[in-house]
Design a protein around this ligand. Structure first.
Ligand code: ASP
Length: 470
């Protein structure tokens, strides 16, 4: 019997997950068990007693449930305890019975990221050899990132000006967003933090840029030590990398199950999808069309004409990673699959992929950059603030910076929008307007982010004279 290819398995899992999530939507209701759970969170007893008024009420949307909570508890208490209250009131047995598969899959991916990129980068950098080779590769990689992210932003800018999704948007639909400003790190701080003060803490906190920095430094100086040590270290890191790749391939086998678990929960937890689409339809359409244009036209043109490779064959090769990026909304978690597909299916050497992909997953986010720009202008339109040409240029620049600073985790882009809004004096609460649809749009922008990283690896490999399978 012919084997059912992985990308089709994943696709089928995705479709079933969507259907499953629609059939079993999540409910929110407070039961005796919820009240017991809330006692453990430290919520004051008087508030818990007040919440008893809601006992027996069943809410089909998280928003409605929070609305009801807000009428009972003071504003700050609601904001402070909102996630715990939601957790205590969460009811969805059928989804809980499958979502553990998604949790384990994500944990397994996160488990291998650091050892995988660390060993992969070290063996790659020792292969690159001299400092000037490393510098040339670095320059090409950064140029590719800046070029594609800027093109993505310009596509978004064009479409958001043409479709004007924010005009007439209902400001009353805005939702509260917790701790927006505290999560922001300035560009200067981000740059300083590239140099870790403790590499073990960087490992522990999955601080990718610091780990990348240390691995490049380590790999580079391996080439500078006595032959005897150099050979021993080369051999050791190559061996570790081989083992990590084998573990990666083993985890990848379970992608369809993981994706089923993740996506069914995401779909079930969405508040009334149809209502969202009718309210935010034009906004979603703007983001979606701009991302599709960048994904299906701009990046393939770059692969075809700059990389002299076959973009759509490469796209097919990348499909397990792209589906995973879509489902997990995390380019970081997808990284093991991205490295695997770029090397095994498209034939890029480890030397190039180990250098470009971890860096790409951390700082090259075309989808996020585009999204930052569209979202900021949507908020400006919704609040009726006219943006001058100069202000739009500031948005382009800050959207680029925000995408570089965003981590490869779900909804990181949403937090980074505050940088863009602050730069042009737009109200930060505007983020609340787009919160409800962020997780869905995050899936599309993350797939675009990963696709751009993989195209970058192909273009750079070709420019270095590699013969690829695409
Ligand atoms: N989730 C995105 C990523 O991991 C980042 C974002 O929120 O835009 O690439």
């Amino acid at each position: 019997m012919k084997k059912f290819p992985l990308h089709l398995q994943i696709f089928v899992a995705l479709i079933f997950a969507i259907i499953y999530g629609i059939i079993f939507p999540t409910n929110y209701s407070l039961t005796e068990k919820s009240y017991k759970q809330l006692v453990r969170t430290g919520l004051a007893q008087v508030y818990i007693e007040n919440l008893r008024n809601l006992k027996g009420h069943k809410f089909s949307s998280q928003n409605e449930f929070l609305g009801a909570i807000r009428t009972i508890l003071p504003e700050e208490t609601t904001i402070k305890y909102q996630s715990q209250i939601i957790k205590a009131a969460y009811h969805n047995k059928p989804v809980k019975s499958v979502s553990w598969m998604g949790d384990i899959f994500l944990r397994a991916l996160r488990m291998i990221i650091i050892p995988l990129i660390f060993s992969s980068l070290i063996s790659g950098v020792t292969g690159i050899g001299t400092g000037s080779n490393l510098g040339r590769l670095g320059l090409k990689t950064i140029s590719y990132y800046l070029l594609t992210s800027t093109m993505a932003i310009i596509t978004g800018l064009f479409l958001v000006n043409v479709l004007q999704p924010g005009i007439g948007a209902d400001l009353n639909l805005s939702q509260q967003v917790e701790g927006l400003v505290e999560k922001q790190r300035s560009l200067g701080e981000t740059l300083i933090h590239i140099v870790p003060d403790n590499i073990f803490i960087a490992f522990q906190e999955n601080d990718m840029l610091s780990v990348i920095f240390f691995a490049i430094l380590f790999g580079f100086f391996i080439t500078r030590v006595k032959e005897e040590y150099r050979n021993a270290l080369n051999k050791a890191f190559n061996a570790i990398f081989e083992v990590m790749m084998k573990i990666t391939m083993f985890i990848i086998i379970f992608t369809p199950l993981g994706i089923f678990g993740i996506v069914s929960k995401v779909v079930a937890d969405q508040d009334d999808l149809l209502n969202l689409v009718s309210r935010m339809g034009i906004y979603m359409l703007t983001v979606f069309s701009a991302l599709s244009f960048h994904f299906l036209i701009i990046l393939p043109i770059i692969v075809r004409f700059i990389g002299k490779a076959r973009p759509y064959r490469h796209m097919k090769n990348m499909s397990p990673a792209l589906f995973t990026a879509f489902s997990t909304a995390s380019s970081g978690a997808t990284l093991p699959l991205t490295i695997n597909a770029v090397e095994q299916n498209s034939g890029v050497s480890n030397k190039i992929s180990s250098f470009t992909l971890p860096l790409g997953a951390t700082i090259n986010m075309d989808g996020t950059a585009l999204y930052e720009c569209v979202a900021a202008l949507f908020i400006a339109q919704a609040y009726g603030v006219e943006m001058t040409f100069i202000q739009q240029m500031i948005i382009v620049l800050t959207a680029l910076l925000a995408s570089i600073g965003a981590a490869g985790i779900p909804m990181a882009g949403l937090v980074m929008i505050t940088i863009v809004l602050t730069a042009v004096g737009l109200p930060l609460e505007g983020v609340g307007l787009i919160l409800a649809v962020d997780r869905i749009l995050d899936m599309f922008r993350t797939a675009t982010n990963v696709w751009s990283d993989s195209c970058g690896a192909v273009v750079i490999a070709k420019s270095e004279g590699e013969v690829l399978l695409v």
